[in-house]
Design a protein around this ligand. Structure first.
Ligand SMILES: [Zn+2]
Ligand SMILES: [Zn+2]
Length: 422
């Protein structure tokens, strides 16, 4: 019996891997243009990092995290998200003191033991960015421009950015009470989950997907109508700055975030190709998070994109593998050493060169060259070894060039000779 991969985990094969790399490269280019530096974060962290940031009572920490006891008794987890790790790295490196304003990004796999669904895996990839140390509206606006530019560079189709303000410590507690009172007045109409949310985290009543809950919450008070002056001014400034940069935003007054340290600007990015209302990414301001992780009281704003979601949103057609410039066809074991040495030298120039088995017949080798779309076949048989000059078969022009180059020519000049024949 062959061994299969673990449920919820999958392999990414070459054509898709090339496509994913193109997405990450496109995002990286935009992040670098915005002055973001990349941080490579570990996959394993202390469980405490996530219970203190994502929240001990969140679904992620309670039900979905791959947490286990290490051999020395420490409780560790495969990271379920990147923001907490990045803030920990920022604190660990002493940046909060030395360089409090920092633009940092990360990418790579995250792990959540969610119920398997089509297109959802327990290992998935994210690209995330955090802008730390700034609390002004211009930082939020720059972040939203960055989000739009990453989507454009990746080729996301039908991108929409929805924004909301979640208020802050000055205005949210009073709003929360109003919302809880409203929720209690309609609690008979709410789903079981929402009755629990009503006591634990009433903001989440606003984004329940259940039809009954949506109808019951239709007339609920909204944070956007209960902002304090500071939050209202901040939000208006963010919207006007982003608009002046030419990025379109949509207001979504029902968008919420579950945790107390999220404040003011929150946003979600949706696109074509997803299931019902699924976002390809999201983010927001989290001014209490650095302090919650043991650092000074520094603000921050950030976001993360799901790479798999971006794949769907930018078209799923597989990219073709790189086509080889030439395939080397050694005829018989006697040609094997010269063929391997030649292939190695040509490959060192960075060109894709395929090398066939010396034990296959030339006819089979030619068939293979056709299949992979090679432009040339470099034939090394007895005659070629003797003369020191390879026969180059031009598959496009259907003709042979018997003495295009000598086997001991410089690799660059061989590549150039191949590039010149028409
Ligand atoms: Zn509900
Ligand atoms: Zn406020």
């Amino acid at each position: 019996m062959a061994i299969a991969s673990i449920k919820g985990f999958r392999d990414v094969l070459p054509a898709e891997a090339a496509r994913r790399r193109a997405i990450v490269d496109a995002a990286r280019g935009v992040l670098e243009a915005y002055g973001y530096g990349e941080v490579e974060l570990p996959l394993l962290e202390k469980v405490e990092l996530f219970s203190r940031s994502v929240g001990a009572t969140s679904d992620i920490v309670e039900k979905e995290m791959y947490a286990f006891e290490d051999r020395d008794g420490a409780t560790i987890a495969l990271r379920p998200e990147g923001t907490a790790s990045l803030v920990r790295a920022y604190l660990d490196a002493g940046l909060a003191r030395a360089q409090p304003v920092a633009r940092l990004w990360y990418g790579g796999p995250m792990f959540r033991r969610e119920r398997p669904q089509k297109g959802r895996y327990r290992q998935f990839s994210q690209i995330g960015a955090e802008f730390l140390g700034r609390e002004d509206a211009a930082a939020d606006a720059e972040t939203l421009c960055l989000v739009a530019d990453i989507c454009a560079a990746v080729g996301v189709r039908g991108m929409r950015i929805q924004v909301n303000s979640l208020g802050d410590a000055a205005c949210r507690p009073a709003y929360r009470e109003k919302l809880t009172a409203y929720g209690r007045s309609v609690d008979l109409l709410l789903c079981d989950d929402c009755r629990v949310r009503l006591e634990r985290n009433p903001l989440r009543l606003l984004d329940c997907k259940n039809e009954g809950c949506r109808a019951a919450m239709e007339a609920a008070p909204l944070m956007i109508d209960h902002l304090c002056d500071g939050c209202r001014d901040h939000h208006a400034e963010v919207l006007s700055l982003v608009l002046s940069a030419g990025v379109l935003l949509e207001a979504n007054p029902r968008m919420v975030r579950g945790l107390d340290y999220y404040c003011r600007t929150a946003f979600e990015i949706t696109a074509e190709g997803q299931g019902a209302q699924d976002a390809i990414g999201g983010g927001g301001r989290y001014d209490g998070l650095v302090a919650a992780l043991g650092g000074p009281d520094l603000p921050g704003i950030g976001f993360a994109f799901g790479v798999e979601r971006m794949q769907l949103a930018s078209g799923s057609e597989a990219d073709a593998d790189a086509v080889p410039l030439a395939m080397i066809a050694p005829i018989g074991d006697v040609a094997a050493p010269a063929a391997l040495a030649l292939a190695r030298r040509l490959r060192q120039t960075g060109c894709r060169i395929d090398l066939e088995s010396p034990r296959r017949r030339l006819k089979a080798q030619m068939k293979q060259a056709d299949k992979v779309g090679a432009r040339f076949v470099v034939i090394l048989g007895d005659a070629e070894l003797e003369s020191g000059r390879a026969t180059v078969r031009d598959l496009k022009a259907q003709k042979d060039h018997p003495s295009l180059f000598a086997l001991d020519d410089e690799a660059e000049s061989i590549i150039a000779a191949l590039g010149c024949v028409e």
